[in-house]
Design a protein around this ligand. Structure first.
Ligand SMILES: [Zn+2]
Length: 170
């Protein structure tokens, strides 16, 4: 069936919005090269829906919905962390001239440049990256404490050794 699955993700963005089309599918995480660096593992897929339409001022927009679970790495204990992904975002489509002549207001929110060959896979990856926090962590107090404690005492021992070494030079 056309429009299903992960094969066809390139759209003519203005046409897609004008005709109110919807595209649903799933993307394997392993195919999202830029996102992969943030993942503890790249197993599984994300589900997406992109809907074309217009905003209150009758300008073309794409509404992007993304669902899935990402395996991130906790920045405190470095163990894997399940991150439920829920992105819902409306993006204004702007033509090249509109973007450069300052037609946009601050309240317009997010916008992307309209393209005849907009790659939705790249757009979805970008939206996921923007939604991630800079330093994902487990809930306070739920990290595994062992690893940090071991690392602390190891560096304390190394430091003590260094201090002993310095003393011996006197
Ligand atoms: Zn943790």
């Amino acid at each position: 069936m056309p429009g299903q699955g992960s094969a066809q993700t390139v759209i003519d963005s203005l046409e897609f919005a004008r005709t109110g089309q919807t595209l649903r599918g799933s993307l394997p995480l392993v195919g999202l090269a830029r996102l992969k660096g943030s993942l503890a593992d790249a197993l599984g897929t994300v589900e997406f829906e992109v809907r074309g339409g217009e905003d209150a001022r009758r300008r073309p927009v794409l509404t992007v919905t993304i669902h899935g679970t990402l395996r991130l790495q906790c920045q405190r204990c470095l163990e894997a962390l399940d991150h439920p992904l829920r992105v819902l975002n409306t993006l204004l489509l702007v033509t090249g001239t509109g973007a450069s002549t300052g037609e946009l207001d601050d309240e317009d929110g997010e916008w992307i440049e309209a393209s005849r060959e907009l790659d939705l896979a790249a757009l979805i990856e970008e939206e996921i990256l923007l939604s991630l926090s800079y330093a994902p962590r487990h809930e306070e107090g739920t990290c595994r404490p062992l690893r940090t404690a071991a690392a602390d005492s190891a560096s304390a021992a190394a430091f003590a050794g260094l201090a002993a070494l310095k003393r011996n030079h006197h």
